[in-house]
Ligand binder design. Structure first.
Ligand code: ZN
Length: 480
């Protein structure tokens, strides 16, 4: 966001304070302000997230405030659910929302639940900066909010491409199944030539549906993988060739990374014949939980091997127990805000892969965690040694001011700044992207300001680092 959008609301800044998230003591705060002012307007490089390429290919207006702010945002509806608001009432998971105003009123009535959470920061930022709203959202202001937002969504300035440009996004990566035709990505590329819009939107290769035997319809997915590649995926060799072919296809449409959402970070180094026999077992559907885990583990290693060939950067996002609420899963399906973090080990889990490829200069593996106890004990020491390893930013439950500060405090001593990779938005909520960026930039400025105030860094170094943490490191790590 640029300065003009701040000025649009004049001096009555009601939802946002200019010094939000900066240190409370005046001396450090002044340094933080100086650092932040140098980086606040840098372009957004978003290498991992879950927006839809189709929004930008089609460039249709977002339908209503609920479809934009409530429906895609599991941070929002899981909180409401936890306080007794049924998902049905919010029309979560439906392709069209029948009564969006009613759902919005329910959301507004419960907005106080987000006090002190990052969701509150993100939403207030969008409400004020994008829609000029300066009164707090509540039951009393619900309709005013709804009407203001709905009216603006119908204007050309609020079409997906216009917002992309207005946010200052240099690059946005989506996350896609290997079975996806990437039609929207192709249309954007072709459209760039015809329509003149040249937003850079890249796919990311996320092979979970075809490498995780616990994934719904795994065997069917493998069959589809054979169909789209013309390989015999009933055999281990054919399956490997098919995966390599899909990676190639993604690369041709601009992908620079893969992403792996396994329950654990386990890797394995099986012989070819053992891997091949295990593949037969998982394909038959007779594999038990341990065999499924071993297969996923082997596939992480196989993906690393393929990355050595094709240069794709690996992201490992482990540690979420998906669909923890069996009843919600049965009724509403996946991604309904019922995913819960579990303890995650890295040191022994990654060892088979690192024994093989840990010293390869051409390999980059970005590690994420939902288990903060691993920051200083495991992740920082690993990334502070192995040349292939980098640490991804605080993720999901830890994508908050406190989570970002804990991350810097616990990994910098061993891994430094240069083994980290900048910020990820990792969101389905497109309008939250500038808000999330703003939080990350402010917290990094606050952390660096403290080091300057304590005479551990000179201010010119802090300035250089602020720029790197916002812009430089992400482009280098993700090869963008
Ligand atoms: Zn993600």
């Amino acid at each position: 966001m640029n300065d003009t959008s701040v000025r649009e609301v004049g001096s009555t800044v009601a939802l946002l304070n200019d010094d939000r998230l900066f240190p409370a003591d005046e001396g450090t705060r002044t340094i933080a302000r100086r650092l932040y002012n140098k980086i606040r307007s840098l372009p957004i490089v978003s290498p991992h997230g879950h927006t839809q390429a189709a929004w930008f290919a089609e460039n249709k207006p977002f339908p209503n405030p609920v479809a934009l702010f409530v429906q895609p945002d599991h941070y929002v509806f899981r909180m409401l659910y936890s306080q007794g608001v049924p998902l049905d009432v919010l029309e979560i998971g439906k392709p069209y929302i029948d009564e969006p105003r009613e759902a919005w009123r329910i959301f507004a009535r419960h907005y106080y639940l987000f006090r002190g959470t990052p969701t509150r920061l993100w939403l207030d930022y969008a409400f004020q900066q994008l829609f000029g709203l300066t009164e707090r959202l509540s039951a009393a202001t619900a309709d005013h909010y709804y009407d203001t937002i709905a009216a603006k969504l119908a204007t050309p300035e609020f079409l997906p491409r216009a917002l992309f440009d207005r946010f200052g996004i240099e690059l946005l990566a989506t996350t896609d199944s290997p079975l996806d035709s990437l039609m929207a990505h192709r249309l954007i590329r072709e459209g760039a030539r015809s329509s003149g819009w040249s937003g850079r939107i890249l796919p990311t290769f996320r092979p979970d549906p075809v490498v995780d035997p616990a994934f719904p319809e795994f065997a069917k997915n493998i069959e589809r993988l054979g169909e789209v590649t013309g390989e015999d995926t009933a055999t281990w060799r054919g399956y490997m060739r098919a995966l390599a072919a899909r990676r190639h296809f993604f690369r041709a449409l601009g992908a620079t990374a893969t992403d792996h959402g396994h329950p654990t970070a386990q890797t394995a180094d099986l012989t070819d014949s053992r891997a091949s026999r295990l593949f037969e077992t998982v394909l038959e559907g007779t594999a038990d939980a341990a065999q499924q885990e071993l297969f996923r583990a082997q596939m992480l290693t196989e993906m690393a091997r393929m990355s050595l060939d094709d240069g794709l950067v690996m992201q490992i996002h482990p540690g979420a127990v998906r669909n923890h609420n069996a009843q919600v899963f049965a009724r509403h399906g996946r991604d309904m805000g019922a995913d819960i973090p579990a303890p995650t080990g890295y040191v022994e889990a990654l060892r088979p892969l690192l024994n093989l490829y840990g010293n390869e200069p051409g390999l980059t593996i970005i590690l994420f965690t939902l288990d903060e106890t691993t920051y200083s004990r495991e992740l920082a020491p690993l990334a502070g040694h192995y040349p292939c390893l980098r640490l991804g930013p605080p993720w999901w439950f830890h994508d908050s001011p406190e989570g970002m500060m804990r991350f810097r405090e616990q990994v910098t001593d061993t891994a430094g700044f240069y083994n980290t990779v900048g910020f990820n938005d990792d969101t389905r909520a497109f309008l939250s992207i500038p808000a999330r960026r703003d939080v990350a930039r402010r917290i990094d400025s606050a952390f660096l300001a403290r080091l300057v105030a304590e005479h551990r860094l000179d201010e010119d170094e802090a300035l250089e680092l602020a720029h790197e943490l916002t812009y430089g490191l992400v482009k280098k790590a993700y090869k963008l």
